[in-house]
Design a binder for this molecule. Sequence first.
Ligand code: PEP
Length: 250
Amino acid sequence: MSMSGKLMVGNWKMNGSLAANASLLSDILSGMGRVSCRVAVCLPAPYLAQAQSLLAGSAVELGAQDVSAHESGAYTGEVSCAMLRDFAVRYAIVGHSERRQYHGETDATVAHKTQRALAGGITPIVCVGESLAEREAGQTEAVVKRQLATVIHTNGHCISEIVVAYEPVWAIGTGLTATPEQVQSVHAVLRAQLLAATAHAERVSILYGGSMNAANAASLLDQPDVDGGLIGGASLKAADFLSILKAASR
Ligand code: PEP
C-alpha cells in the first residue's frame, strides 16, 4: 500500500457556479479541523482561478477533470498542462469513464494524456474500470489490466508518478458500491501489474471511486490496497465530503 496517507479527491463533474463554489469550498475549509489525509478537488476548468484563490494557503489541492494530449496550438476547446499549471493545478483526472463513454477516449488517448500530464508537471489520476456487462461476463480483471497496460507501455519508468483510480462503471453515480472484497481484489491485481512494471509501485496511490459515501467510506478505505478515494456526487455536499475525509483520517 502507498505509504503517504490516504489521498481523497472530489470530482465535481459539470456542476458548480461562482456562488455555489464559494460556499462549498468555504464550508469544506472550515470543517477540515481533524482531517489529516491528503485532499484535492477537481473543478470545471473555468473555475480553477476562483478555486486557486479560495484555496490559497490551505491544505486542499487543486485538480482538473481532463487535460489535452497536446502541448499547445490548433486544438480548439482543449486545455493544456501549462494552462493548468498557471493556476497551481496539481492533478488531472485522465480517462474518466464518462470521457471514455461520451467523448470517445480510447486506451491510447488515455495513455497519451497521461504522458503529456507527466511531462507537463501534472499528476494524472488515471481511471480504469469495467462495465456491468463486462463484470457479469467475468472480464473485470482482463479489462482493467488492458486499460492500465496501455498506460504502462506508453509511460515506461515514469509510471510510478501516476495515481490510479479503480472506478467500476456500474458503481458511478448509481448508488451501487462495489463491496470492499471486490474492490480489494481488483486493487491487488492493479498493484501486481504496477509491481511488474516498476520498482516503485508502492508509491502509486490506487484510489477507489463509485458511489463512495459517508456510510461506506471506512470499510472501503480499510482494504490494504485502497489508498484513497475519488468521490463524485458526495463531494458536492460539504457535510458528506467532510465525513468521508474524516473516515480517511483515522
Ligand atoms: C466519479 O465520477 O468519479 C465518481 C466516483 O462518481 P460518484 O461518486 O458520484 O459515483
